[in-house]
Every structure is written in structure tokens, then in C-alpha cells.
Ligand binder design. Structure first.
Ligand SMILES: [Zn+2]
Length: 480
């Protein structure tokens, strides 16, 4: 049985073999064909492997090339800051270092403008890090630069010592001081208090010259004067009896009892009653058009952001729909909803004394890369002077004449330096945390230095303080 089963099994096997033989000719032929097929399959597999390997190698090469090419993008400001001997340097206008080794030498004076890495978004370091950073990257050692010398940003700013003298006169008050040359556009100072503290980052540490708008107080009367001269409304005299009652019953208070006074006297004495009556005589449409030309955002109209060396500054704004309404009159006198930016106001004042146009302010004289051998390749950025035309030369000249007369006849008692040729003071009432505070403001021009300035001392009741700052500024400026 056992045998037979085996036999059967053998037979079955033979059957199977036979069946397979009947399918595939002779047994010797079968084994040769399998070998060839295996070889063919193995060759196919090898090719697949080679292609896969090539794809892998190509990917690695391409990835590496892309990474090396973009290496500079991976470098953060902190990496650059880490290269003590390679980090960029920033100088004042006299080539004295104001920023080195990744930090500002005097944060009180330069911090809010120069910045600290990315902690102040609207700052020179943050906006120009691409130009200050080395892009000559060593592809093997990653972000280690091949540049051996620091790139240099030369600014237009006055020396640290000069600006410290000005800041000290703020006597721990907050505020800002902006001054620039309206012929070249060079900014001499744009410091802002409170000072930026790199160890205590806070959104309050913005540069107030750039990022703030203030209630202008009577510095707004210079803008209103331009409107009045443009419309030939400056020749009439108006009476001041200490206050002026509008038809609505609302009262505009004055700082004094000025009697019947002229336009020039009204500017010099800053008479609110005169200006209230003057504003009511203005044409609304003409006024709106000129305010627009002067660079104001009128009735919430959105204006393009103004850039200074890629730093943005806020726009001044007025609201005006009816020149007989208390709110609109109050706005053009300098309270109400009017808000001005210090840099913009300095520009408009500059245009008044400079034939209607003023240079656009800039902070940077040049950015250079001393690692390049050819001098022309060393220059990454150089300043160019551009002008903005705010008004016609005739309007500027006429307004300047009235303003000058007002200053010459009425500002002699205020302890103002003779160097300051044009000035307009302002006091703005501001409510802070439910308490009424006063900001002191001063708009002016120092013609011998072709300089226009705007100074704000916040929460100050002292007018002499703001003049002491302006007087000191006039001593520190370069004369042309
Ligand atoms: Zn008055």
C-alpha cells in the first residue's frame, strides 16, 4: 500500500511534470530560458536602481545648490549680531560710531530710530538688514561670511553729544525733537522719549517723530494762515474780546483780550478769536483742496504711506465739513480732531520759507561694503535729494512774509534765540487716563542752517523749556 501510494505519488508527479512538459517543450530548454529571463530581470532591476540612485544624487546636489544660494536668507539678524568683528557699524554724520557689536551706543538718543534687531519694526536696522548683512557666504561653513570688514551705514545725524544735550533739556519729560535740512533733506535729529530699553521691550518705544501724530495746538495756525493767504482773506482785521461766541452758542476762548487786531498780530499773539472769524470766512472746497496739497489726510481720506529711507511716517489729518461748526473751527485753531506728524509739519514750515518746496527728509548718507576692491562696487546705497512741492512760490513767499513779521514783532519776549527765524508755539490739551494734561509744541525754521524743526514736550506746563531746546538746537546745527 505504502509503495503503491509512493508509486501513485510518483505517477502523479510525473503527470505534473508531463503536464508542465507539454506546456514547455523539453526540460533542458526550460532551464536555459529561466536563466536568461532572470538575467534580463536583474539587468532591468539594476537600471531601476541606477536611475533611483541618480535621482537621489541629483536631488542632493540640487538641494545643496539651492541651500547655498539662499544661505543668506537663513541668516537672522541674531546671527549677524553674533559676529562681533563682522557686524555692521552705523556712524553719525561725522563718522563717529553710534552702533557697533550689535548694539546702539546711546539708546536714549538713537535707540528708537536705529532699533534693536527686529524689536522695533520701523527702524533703520530692521529695514536695512539686507544691505548691512554679508551676502558673500561661505558655502561650506554655512553662514560664516567671507567678508572680513564691517559694512558701514553713515547717517545724517548730529553727534551723540549734541543730541544728548538736547535730550537733557527735556528734563525727564516724554516727547520728540525733529530737525532737518530742507535743502538737502538731511535729518539732524529725530530722537524720541521715552528711550528704548533693549532689555525691556515694549510697544511704547516707537519713534514719535515717525510714528506719532499730536494734537497740534496753535502750531496749526501756520497751516490755517496758508489757507487764508491762498484765498486772499488775510487783510481783514477782527476783534478779540477774550472769547468769541459762535451762532450755535458755543464759545471759543482766547488766551488774552487782544482788541481789534491784524492777521500778523493774530499769528504773533496766537489769537483764537481772530482765527475763529478768519476760518469762517474761508471757502470750504478751496481749503480742502489746499490741505490735500499740503499733504494732510482730509476727512479720513486714506493717503499712501510716506517713506523715508524705507521707514514709514504717519500722515497728518484734519476733519472739515462745515467751516462754521465749532468742531471744524476748533480743528483749524489746533484742537478738536486735527492731528499732526512732527516730520510733516517741519516739511510744510520748510516749504513756506523755501519758495513752496522742501526736500524729502532722509537719515542715511550712504551704505558701503569695504570688502569690495573696486570703489564703485563698495557703494550699496547713496542718498538722493528729492523735493516735494507743497504750494506755489507766491503763496509761500506771501505767507512767509506775514509769519516773519509776526515773529519779529511778537516773539522777542519769549527768550527765543536770534538764530531762530520763524517760530510758532502751541499748547495742546490732551486727556490722559481721565486727567487733562498739556503738551507744549514748537514749529520753527533756522534759516542760517536751512533747518526746519518740530519739538514736542509732553505733559509740560513750561513754555521756556521748549524754547531752551530750540535755542540749543540752533547752536548745534552745522551752518551752511
Ligand atoms: Zn485773542
Amino acid at each position: 500500500m505504502k509503495y503503491s501510494i509512493t508509486e501513485k505519488s510518483k505517477k502523479d508527479d510525473e503527470k505534473i511534470v508531463r503536464i508542465s512538459l507539454s506546456d514547455d517543450a523539453t526540460p533542458s530548454y526550460v532551464s536555459g530560458s529561466k536563466k536568461k529571463r532572470r538575467r534580463r530581470e536583474s539587468v532591468k532591476r539594476e537600471w531601476k536602481f541606477v536611475i533611483l540612485a541618480l535621482v537621489l544624487i541629483l536631488s542632493i546636489i540640487m538641494g545643496s545648490v539651492i541651500r547655498v544660494n539662499n544661505a543668506v536668507d537663513y541668516i537672522t539678524y541674531d546671527d549677524i549680531k553674533g559676529f562681533n568683528n563682522l557686524s555692521a557699524v552705523i556712524t553719525d554724520r561725522f563718522d563717529q560710531l553710534i552702533y557697533e557689536d550689535g548694539s546702539v551706543n546711546n539708546y536714549k538718543i538713537f535707540g528708537n530710530l536705529i532699533g534693536q534687531g527686529e524689536s522695533i519694526e520701523n527702524s533703520l536696522i530692521n529695514k536695512h538688514s539686507d544691505k548691512l548683512m554679508s551676502d558673500d557666504i561661505n558655502p561650506l561653513l554655512g553662514y560664516r561670511s567671507l567678508e572680513t570688514e564691517s559694512r558701514i551705514m553713515k547717517t545724517t545725524l548730529l553727534s551723540e553729544e549734541s543730541q544728548q544735550e538736547l535730550a537733557d533739556l527735556f528734563k525727564k519729560k516724554n516727547g520728540c525733537c525733529f530737525a532737518y535740512n530742507y535743502e538737502t533733506g538731511e535729518v539732524y535729529t529725530a530722537f524720541s522719549l521715552p528711550q528704548f530699553n533693549p532689555n525691556q521691550q515694549n510697544s511704547e518705544y516707537i519713534n514719535r517723530c515717525l510714528n506719532s501724530v499730536y494734537i497740534p495746538g496753535s502750531t496749526m495756525k501756520i497751516i490755517t494762515s496758508i489757507l487764508a493767504v491762498a484765498q486772499g482773506k488775510e487783510n481783514k482785521k477782527y476783534k478779540c474780546e477774550g472769547s468769541y461766541t459762535l451762532s450755535s452758542g458755543k464759545v471759543i476762548d482766547c488766551t488774552g483780550y487782544h482788541g481789534k487786531i491784524s492777521f500778523t498780530e493774530a499769528i504773533g499773539k496766537s489769537c483764537n478769536c481772530y482765527f475763529a472769524q478768519l476760518i469762517m470766512s474761508l471757502d470750504l472746497d478751496e481749503s480742502l483742496e489746499l490741505l490735500n496739497q499740503l499733504g494732510f489726510s482730509v476727512n479720513n481720506k486714506k493717503l499712501p504711506t510716506v517713506k523715508m529711507d524705507e521707514l514709514s511716517r504717519k500722515n497728518s489729518a484734519v476733519e472739515m465739513t462745515n467751516l462754521s461748526s465749532f468742531n471744524n473751527i476748533w480743528g483749524l485753531i489746533g484742537q478738536g480732531k486735527s492731528r499732526v506728524n512732527p516730520i510733516h509739519m517741519a516739511q510744510v514750515a520748510a516749504a513756506v520759507v523755501n519758495g513752496g518746496k522742501a526736500a524729502e527728509p532722509h537719515f542715511i548718507t550712504s551704505i558701503t561694503n569695504p570688502n569690495k576692491t573696486k570703489p564703485e562696487k563698495q557703494i550699496i546705497h547713496t542718498a538722493t535729494t528729492k523735493y516735494t512741492e507743497f504750494m506755489s512760490p507766491e503763496l509761500a513767499e506771501d505767507t512767509a512774509e506775514y509769519w516773519k513779521k509776526a515773529v519779529d514783532n511778537h516773539y522777542d519776549l519769549k527768550g527765543m534765540s536770534d538764530r531762530i527765524t520763524y517760530a510758532k508755539t502751541g499748547t495742546a490739551q490732551v486727556e490722559i487716563n481721565g486727567r487733562l494734561r498739556e503738551n507744549k509744541l514748537l514749529l520753527g525754521v533756522i534759516e542760517s542752517s536751512k533747518t526746519a524743526f518740530y519739538i514736542v514736550v509732553e505733559n509740560s506746563s513750561s513754555a521756556p523749556q521748549i524754547f531752551s531746546i530750540a535755542n540749543k538746537l540752533s547752536e548745534l546745527l552745522p551752518t551752511n
